[in-house]
Design a binder for this molecule. Sequence first.
Ligand SMILES: Nc1ncnc2c1ncn2[C@@H]1O[C@H](COP(=O)(O)OP(=O)(O)OP(=O)(O)O)[C@@H](O)[C@H]1O
Ligand SMILES: O=C(O)c1ccc[n+]([C@@H]2O[C@H](COP(=O)([O-])O)[C@@H](O)[C@H]2O)c1
Length: 207
Amino acid sequence: MTVRTPIVRPGMRVGLLGGSFDPAHEGHAHITEFALRRFGLDRVWWLVSPGNPLKEHGPARMDERLAAARQVMRHPRVEITDIEARLGTRMTADTIAGLQRLCPAVQFVWLMGSDNLVQFDQWDRWSEIAARVPIGVLARPGSRLAARQSRAAQIMRAARLPEAYARLLPMMKPPAWVLLNLPMSPLSSTMIRQGRNGRTDKEGMAR
Ligand SMILES: Nc1ncnc2c1ncn2[C@@H]1O[C@H](COP(=O)(O)OP(=O)(O)OP(=O)(O)O)[C@@H](O)[C@H]1O
Ligand SMILES: O=C(O)c1ccc[n+]([C@@H]2O[C@H](COP(=O)([O-])O)[C@@H](O)[C@H]2O)c1
């Protein structure tokens, strides 16, 4: 079976935002819009994951998460995909390898919140991921400092680009990464699942 990706053209700069999106919220939309602008991306693909390999509990059904994500993120340059399920991959290293095989002329950038950089060194073959694609890290409340001091950040310190060069990130030969500061959103799926903050609007932005 051939796996179909969204339409691409050679040289296109595509940000990949992987996540459980259980459920999607305005924090996801906010970092996506910011990443499009600051990294000069042509597209962002949300990779709605079959399940985070490091999380104990599986997420809600894929079709429900996809539908909710499409309500939250309506943008002509953002695609909501279940491509990991189609590729049959769970580990990000395999997903990226698969996408690079399918779309060899695309410049992919891996996007993640700063909380994920803190534990990035526990991901399967994380240094292979960093060797395959540039990485854009978006600040998230409570993890900015820990991200800067994380083991992965220390090991990759020579590959860190100043924020002012963020626009060059997609063109950089990996390893290359940028930690972007932005008006931070405190929203999380955990909060929403626990009913602690049902709001999915942008009101709660911490500046
Ligand atoms: N408010 C936010 N600010 C910055 N990054 C975020 C924010 N919310 C989610 N992200 C990032 O988006 C990606 C997908 O996140 P995910 O779907 O796990 O949402 P989450 O809110 O972190 O979920 P959970 O609370 O269940 O862990 C991750 O890289 C995560 O760091
Ligand atoms: O590949 C791994 O080992 C790995 C470990 C933890 C998280 N990830 C990916 O990181 C992304 C964010 O995960 P989550 O559950 O925090 O939304 C999602 O695409 C996961 O598949 C990947």
